[in-house]
Design a protein. Structure first.
Length: 328
């Protein structure tokens, strides 16, 4: 994968379903794919936000033949995805979407001992189960015995996070749901090989996105988390969407969107698919050396923070709701 030139995920004339498509990265992805000729189905909780988002997506269209639709749904609801796929297929002239991109997510960082377990469960419901439900529903449709076998593949794109490559204090409620997506993607990327249909699975690992969700996240984020990620690259939703689409067009399995994500990816590949065996292997050797310097720096900042501020319970605690960083 990624060894040969050419667009591995052309979208002109295709139908793309995007969860979390009413704002942030999901909306930017929809606009940019619309500009490349795709018909778009947006999914989010709020009908009002979907209607406004769809106006901007339609305005980006490349061709008058493109079609646009929205479906209101809560990805944290059990079994939400199967009826959603059925509705999308009915609208799409009884054809399943060609590409499904799961962007819906939530983040409300806290230290583990300060959070309630309901927060962890909520993050799992939105971030992991929301994508897992959609993956299950669309793969059942794409891979059923009567589904067509085509030369051009269908694409399932999961959006996780750079914290699924390496996490830091403060992301205890959030990181497990994103790491779980890594495991699901690695499993499914191999399972689809069992079927005659041509299906590709991809995982996108954004870092800090300057989106409405990030603004909400910053309001509840522990100070030590902000200190540790202060030097991380910050990108607009448009920049992240463009980098993600470029990686998918390259045929990448793990899609990172900036230099830090690239380094983090190279440091944890294990048995996962490589984007390029030669480049990734050489890069992994380099990253193993870099960790000699990076990890002591991060841990030194954590210990210095402890010495300066004392026990975390001594500081004033903010009371936050579970939906602090939800992006849709």
């Amino acid at each position: 994968m990624g060894l040969f030139s050419g667009n591995k995920m052309p979208v002109a004339g295709k139908t793309v379903l995007i969860t979390g498509g009413s704002e942030g990265m999901g909306l930017s992805v929809a606009q940019q794919l619309s500009a490349k000729g795709a018909s778009i189905i947006l999914v989010s909780r709020s009908t009002a936000k979907l209607e406004e988002a769809l106006k901007t997506v339609r305005a980006s269209a490349k061709d008058p033949s493109q079609r646009f639709h929205h479906i209101a749904a809560d990805v944290s609801s059990p079994s939400y995805a199967a009826p959603l796929i059925a509705a999308a297929t009915a609208w799409n002239n009884n054809q399943t979407p060609d590409i499904v991109w799961c962007c819906a997510g939530t983040s409300a960082p806290q230290l583990f001992t300060e959070m309630e377990m309901d927060s962890l469960r909520h993050h799992m419901d939105v971030n992991f189960y929301g994508t897992a439900e959609m993956s299950h529903a669309i793969l059942r449709a794409w891979l059923e015995p009567s589904a067509p076998v085509t030369l051009e593949p269908k694409h399932l794109v999961m959006t996780t996070s750079a914290v699924a490559l390496y996490t830091i204090p403060g992301y205890a409620p959030y990181a497990p749901s994103k790491w779980a997506l890594r495991g699901l993607a690695d499993t499914l990327s191999q399972e689809v090989m069992l079927y005659p249909q041509n299906v590709k699975v991809h995982v996108v690992y954004p870092g800090t996105i300057l989106s409405p969700g990030f603004v909400r996240e910053e309001q509840v984020k522990p100070e030590i988390t902000k200190i540790l990620e202060a030097s991380d690259p910050r990108q607009t939703p448009d920049q992240v969407a463009a980098a993600s689409i470029k990686g998918l067009e390259n045929g990448d399995y793990f899609v990172t969107v900036n230099w830090l994500g690239d380094l983090m990816r190279l440091g944890m590949l294990g048995g996962s698919f490589r984007n390029n065996w030669v480049v990734d292997t050489l890069g992994a050797w380099l990253v193993a050396i870099l960790w000699i310097f990076v990890q002591p720096d991060l841990h030194g900042k954590i210990r210095a923070y402890r010495k300066k501020h004392g026990h975390p319970s001594a500081r004033t605690k903010d009371h936050v709701g579970l939906d602090g960083g939800r992006s849709n």
